[in-house]
Design a protein around this ligand. Sequence first.
Ligand SMILES: [Mn+2]
Length: 280
Amino acid sequence: MIHAQLVLLFPQWQGSGSNKNLYHGVKLIRDRLLKGIEFAEIGVSLEEELVKEKEIIGYRYIYDQLKEAAAMLEQKRPQRVFLIGGDCGTELAPVSYLNRRLKGDLFVLWFDAHGDLNTPESSPSKAFHGMPLRFLLGEGEKSILDLCFSTLLPVQLALVGGRDLDRAEVDYLEEKNITTLTVEQIRWGKRDFSFIRERGFSNIYIHLDLDVLDPEMFPHVMLPSPGGFDLKLLLRTFEMLRRNYHVAGYSIQEYSPREEGGLEQLRELVDFGLKLPAFS
Ligand SMILES: [Mn+2]
């Protein structure tokens, strides 16, 4: 059966290395903001003991959970995916699936305070959520790469709002000539997104790590970083993107709630995900 849009809940937390609150964040979004909405959910272990293997903390769980997510996408074959993670490591299956489905006509906008561009070797923390973009570009532990559906090219990617990057990530962005956009450039209208069309893409994937928001407005993240988006500017940017491109995929990642805070802002971000198919 072909589903037009799959709402996929993937409460993986092991990619953060330690923060089980990411698991509870997904459940909170599910219980409070998805009433009456059909979704699928990946089973995630809550075992405390995370062993580092192959330079990745919690490798075994991350591998098994990715395998389940890939199998689910293969079975449901959705045209669009609205992913609610967990940690940013949950992106491997949906992004690589959609990129294969769209035969490479997919531009990925990675809204994230961080680069997520480490390899297992270069990662200072060995936490998988600092690595998913590098894996999507085809580099990293082979057994995990083997579960992905396709590989992105650097020209298919822009990092938006990144402001807390490791030295090796900055070097990599330069070396591969990957596009970056800052919060200020977008706030003051100094950059737009027409380069996506100019490069020949009509489909986009919007990855939203909530830490791209300014922590004064949204502190419910694991690694807050000042100087982020305010919610209005972010929603305006998403809406503009939705009017100009087919949003094939969208994700909300890394909600680490304190006393159930942040749900008001999340409601607007979830609503965006539930109304994706405006473009025809
Ligand atoms: Mn991230």
